[in-house]
Ligand binder design. Structure first.
Ligand SMILES: O=P(O)(O)OC[C@H]1O[C@H](OP(=O)(O)OP(=O)(O)O)[C@H](O)[C@@H]1O
Ligand SMILES: Nc1ncnc2[nH]cnc12
Length: 182
């Protein structure tokens, strides 16, 4: 079994910094080495599934695209349904939409309105929390769908961008768990 220090070091060692991507001044946190290592990916999935269990979540929302890669196995491991929040124009049914800005641009995300309902407690899973724009938009979508936010769980928080403080009102007391903070 991997201890807390062990998993922190393992995960950190599998995330690659790419300078000036996708634009000058941004240090991109590339998780592809982590995904390619089954031991690290399993440890990450287990840790996030434990968060899902602690929050009492009934559903897991993953944020396109990297949040899908992490969120789907977490949902299965926790025995919960997985709900995709997609970039605009990709879901075929009736959707709720929310525009937002992130560290390097702006976008719009959507969820199928029928996928969330009153009584659902939703854990949002993503890889990186940067400015918090993406996560904030997803929390807004969950509330507009009538569901409750159980929490937000990310692999890595970029603390210097202030996402945690920005998300306080939207989280409304629900926990924000980051496995790593830089
Ligand atoms: O906290 P923020 O400033 O909003 O940034 C964080 C978001 O940015 C990245 O997604 P991106 O939109 O680049 O999409 P991708 O997963 O498809 O690469 C990342 O996966 C988070 O979802
Ligand atoms: N610096 C960063 N690295 C990876 N994903 C991000 N999403 C927003 N900022 C990011």
């Amino acid at each position: 079994m991997t201890g807390t220090t062990g998993i922190t070091e393992l995960l950190l060692s599998r995330i690659r910094d790419v300078a000036d991507y996708p634009e000058p001044g941004v240090v991109f946190k590339d998780i592809t080495p982590l995904l390619a290592d089954p031991a690290a990916f399993t440890a990450l999935t287990d840790a996030l599934a434990e968060v899902a269990e602690h929050t009492g979540a009934t559903k897991v929302v993953g944020l396109e695209a990297r949040g899908f890669i992490l969120g789907a196995p977490v949902a299965l491991r926790a025995g919960l349904g997985f709900i995709p929040v997609r970039k605009a124009g990709k879901l075929p049914g009736a959707t709720l939409s929310q525009a937002y800005e992130l560290e390097y641009g702006s976008a719009e995300i959507e969820v199928h309105a029928e996928d969330l309902a009153a009584g659902d407690r939703v854990l949002v899973v993503d890889d990186v929390l940067a400015t918090g724009g993406t996560a904030e938009a997803s929390l807004e979508l969950i509330r507009r769908a009538g569901a409750r936010v159980a929490g937000l769980a990310v692999l890595m928080e970029l603390g210097f961008l202030g996402g945690r403080a920005r998300l306080e009102p939207a989280l409304a007391g629900a926990p924000l768990r980051a496995l790593l903070t830089v």
